[in-house]
Design a protein around this ligand. Sequence first.
Ligand SMILES: [Zn+2]
Ligand SMILES: [Zn+2]
Length: 330
Amino acid sequence: MKAAVLIPGRTAPQPFLEIEEVPRPEPQTGYVVLRVLACGVCRTDLHIAEGDMPPVRPKLIPGHQIVGEVVTGATAELALGSRVGVSWIGGVDGDCWYCQHGMENLCDHPAFTGYTINGGYAEYALVRADFAFPVPEGLDDVHVAPLLCAGIIGFRSLRVAGVAPGERVGLFGFGSSASLAIKVLQSWKCEVYVATRGENHRQTAVSMGATWVGKEDEMPPVKLDRAITFAPSGKVVVSALSTLRKGGVVAINAIHLDQMPAFDYDKLLWGERQLRSVANMTRQDARDFLAIAQEIKIHPQVAVFSLQDANKALLAVKEETERGSAVIVP
Ligand SMILES: [Zn+2]
Ligand SMILES: [Zn+2]
């Protein structure tokens, strides 16, 4: 099969990926082989390609927003020929303390799709059957792909922040994840306040009907119940904290932050305000979010690339040249 294989240690302008012929994955018990229909390109793929996340395999097929058709290993839930989605969580051990306490997102021995195991920048992919989700009708291949990481993690962030219907919620940063989360918030009749650096992103937020839109250092005109930060910046976290009412929560949606600056505890955290990070996702988050996405008809903007052009897709994410989420169609 054809696959885009990541060669560790390369830096732009060298291409990160080589398009190669590699063996098609062999069927295995407990796994399904998928014919890949579409695979979203996530910023994390770029962190992996650029070595911000240390390489764990000498050769890797990236991609963790896979939409595929079951070709072998069908189960009662995943019928032959049916469409399934696969996300960043590619497996857990099932027996660590976290797994046994309903927190599989914090598993001590997780497998990450397109990082510790091969992903979906390929014609076929091998995935754990219990980590593949049926894709609801009405969500087409290309448009469901970006939902599988950015969408699910954005949705989990709303849960971690404890958002209740009708609340005032701040989104700090307005990339792929936030632009999907706003749809869920609007369906919950929340007021959404967006603060973000890029003019492009501010325009998108306005066009999507945000209650208020400002620059990253501007303060919303009211105190917020919840805030979610999407930028990998500690300064943004502190600024989000400063918008909260007493008892409010900031959820940080970032795998890594540059640094947390010192801040005034008495003014910013006292009053039972909370600061929480968002780590990975559970299978339940994925299923719940896909059901909501179908119900409220989330339809993200996408930019489609062929597998041959996988390098271009990664570069588009790096340079933010596309308005929509990059999706590879093999
Ligand atoms: Zn575990
Ligand atoms: Zn991702």
